[in-house]
Design a protein around this ligand. Structure first.
Ligand code: PHB
Length: 386
């Protein structure tokens, strides 16, 4: 009897790791993205892009059929730990893809690091995720907040601007894009004369616009995104500032927003790792496939979702679908050249894209390429030890 009980326990212990780390059967992908709030459209575009790439592979990655579990994270950092824990512990996902908001992504990275769960970040730029929080099982398919901010610091200095006011939401993404901007802009001799902020996701811009008018800088650098970006660009124009104090920003200010911003966005210059007029065979094929599948034009968020799936595919191909082989998975991505619609990119030692940052200008309903603001720009990965 005792022998039998021991055998049962031994069998259960042996079976447990197999149940958590299957390399066959369906691949469960947890998509933790906003479906409500100011970033809702961004979450949809990422989801669309991810599924498009998987569909192009016949619905399988690493030889395993893909199955999705979707969570609305509401861009709420306070709910992020519970949300990702549910995906990992209740739904037993093999990989988590998320999210958009930097505060949410930092909470996710902590859990991913502690549990060893594979995490691919398809937007949130939080510098810490590929800095002090970096880990062998955490990757980003998008950008670090530092990257487009830094590129715009160089670009605005080249335009001859010297005194700039910055304006953004007061949280990691805004703070870090402004910090990257300031680093490059002051190195080139410029000065940030005022840093304006409001809490995320507030859109009561009036008092801050009055402050900009009174300060009379050479130009303004802004980070807003989604619904907030639509309202900011419209309010800036309505306040009569657009012609006298040129508005610049990271490309999120005008990406996926141009239908709603209409002529108020015309002419704006921004920096980002994607643009609407790249006109490469790779991007043209992607844009056509996306438009066919969703009856929508893609944007940077769709590209980042698509590339998160590509990165997962590259890693999984190297481990034949076994997400438990983390070192081999990471090694494959570290030597990969990812064939993105944005242009091919590589992955840095801290697992962030090394990529060209374009200078773009709004012409009609497109962010058209003006040139490359910063070629093969790598985030410094400060604080990452792996
Ligand atoms: C972020 O919180 O990291 C973030 C959100 C929206 C964007 C870009 C960055 O468009």
């Amino acid at each position: 009897m005792k022998f039998l009980r021991l055998t049962v326990i031994a069998a259960a212990t042996l079976a447990a790791p197999l149940a958590c780390a299957q390399s066959t059967g369906k691949l469960k992908v947890g998509l933790m993205l906003p479906a409500t709030g100011t970033f809702a459209a961004l979450g949809t575009a990422i989801d669309n892009g991810f599924r498009l790439y998987v569909a192009e592979q016949g619905g399988k990655l690493g030889g395993r059929e893909v199955e999705y579990v979707r969570v609305d994270d509401e861009s709420d950092p306070a709910k992020a730990t519970d949300n990702i824990n549910k995906l990992i512990k209740r739904d037993n996902v093999d990989v988590v893809v998320g999210s958009v908001h930097s505060g949410v992504a930092m909470a996710m990275a902590k859990v991913a690091k502690d549990t060893g769960t594979l995490l691919i970040v398809p937007n949130a730029g939080a510098d810490a995720v590929t800095g002090p929080m970096c880990a062998p099982n955490i990757f980003r398919s998008s950008f670090s907040n530092w990257q487009p901010g830094y590129a715009m610091g160089e670009a605005m200095a080249k335009k001859g601007h010297r005194k700039v006011v910055t304006i953004t939401w007061k949280y990691a993404a805004g703070d870090e894009m402004v910090r990257g901007f300031r680093e490059a802009f002051t190195k080139a001799g410029g000065a940030v004369v005022k840093e304006l902020n409001l809490p995320f996701p507030n859109v009561e811009f009036q008092a801050l616009l009055t402050d900009i008018a009174a300060t009379r800088p050479d130009a303004v650098f802004a980070f807003f995104a989604g619904g907030g970006a639509v309202k900011f660009v419209k309010d800036y124009a309505a306040a009569g500032l657009k012609s006298g104090i040129p508005l610049y920003g990271t490309g999120f200010l005008t990406d996926g927003t141009l239908e709603a911003q209409a002529t108020d966005a015309e002419g704006l210059l921004t920096t980002l790792h994607y643009a609407d007029s790249l006109n490469t065979p790779r991007d043209n094929a992607f844009r056509l496939a996306y438009a066919k599948a969703y009856k929508l034009q893609p944007d940077v968020y769709a590209v980042q979702g698509y590339d998160a799936a590509q990165m997962l595919a590259i890693g999984l191909a190297a481990v034949k679908g076994d997400v438990g082989k983390k070192a081999e998975f990471a090694a494959a991505l570290r030597k990969a050249r990812i064939d993105s619609p944005r242009g091919a990119f590589t992955v840095s030692a801290s697992h962030n894209p090394v990529q060209d940052i374009y200078l773009r200008q709004v012409v009609g309903k497109q962010n058209q390429v003006v040139g490359v603001a910063s070629a093969a720009l790598a985030d410094p990965g400060r604080g990452c030890r792996m």
